[in-house]
Design a protein around this ligand. Structure first.
Ligand SMILES: N[C@@H](CCC(=O)N[C@@H](CS)C(=O)NCC(=O)O)C(=O)O
Length: 80
């Protein structure tokens, strides 16, 4: 299961969301505009920064949009 923490208007988040959609992946989106979600993010990852991906199947949680896209491509992009 994939969960992406985002914030409205965040270009880094938009880039990751675009890649998730390009890859046709299902995911839950959580917006830190809700203070409860922001608190949840800080409790999980240690800081208030989005995007933040939780991939429960791979057992990883990742900050940094470039690292998230790399993870998605490595695990979910079709092999050539
Ligand atoms: N280098 C990071 C930058 C992420 C970043 O700057 N995120 C901003 C929103 S665009 C953020 O989390 N700001 C904290 C906040 O809005 O509370 C990445 O590529 O993911």
């Amino acid at each position: 299961m994939l969960t992406l923490y985002v914030k409205t208007g965040c270009a880094f988040c938009a880039m990751v969301l675009h890649r998730l959609d390009e890859l046709g992946l299902q995911y839950d989106e959580k917006n830190i505009g809700d203070s409860g979600i922001a608190d949840e993010l800080v409790a999980r990852g240690g800081k208030r920064q989005v995007p933040y991906l939780v991939d429960t199947d791979a057992g990883v949680e990742i900050y940094e949009s470039a690292d998230i896209v790399k993870h998605l491509d490595t695990h979910f992009a079709p092999k050539e």
